[in-house]
Design a protein around this ligand. Structure first.
Ligand SMILES: [Zn+2]
Ligand SMILES: [Zn+2]
Length: 108
């Protein structure tokens, strides 16, 4: 509901060409309906869940002693990935510091 700025009476919408306007029933004051009705709409974008893939040697990762299944090297980087299922613990991954072979720790 829009009221007249001049006299405070109720205003009625009417079409003027392509625009919808409001006209005061009392004094005839006309305003542009589109300009008077400010519709603010806030669109929030939720970022999608990202699956982080660690495939960058520049990221410093802790090392641990683990036996590489490929070359037998006994030192590997390791990191953990939390699975979506709550009843499962974090999965451990290893990457051989020598041949870059990546494997998962099934031993848990
Ligand atoms: Zn008026
Ligand atoms: Zn290796």
């Amino acid at each position: 509901m829009q009221f007249c700025d001049k006299c405070g009476a109720m205003m009625a919408p009417f079409k003027d060409a392509d625009a919808v306007k409001l006209k005061c029933r009392s004094c005839g004051y006309v305003i542009d309906a589109a300009g008077s009705l400010k519709v603010s709409q806030k669109v929030e974008r939720t970022p999608r869940d990202k699956i982080v893939v660690i495939d960058d040697d520049t990221v410093p990762m802790p090392k641990t002693s683990a036996s590489c299944p490929k070359c037998g090297h006994n030192e590997a980087y390791y990191w953990t990935v939390q699975t979506r299922r709550g009843d499962e613990g974090a999965t451990e991954f290893y990457r051989c510091t020598k041949c870059k072979t990546t494997w998962r720790n099934y031993g848990g």
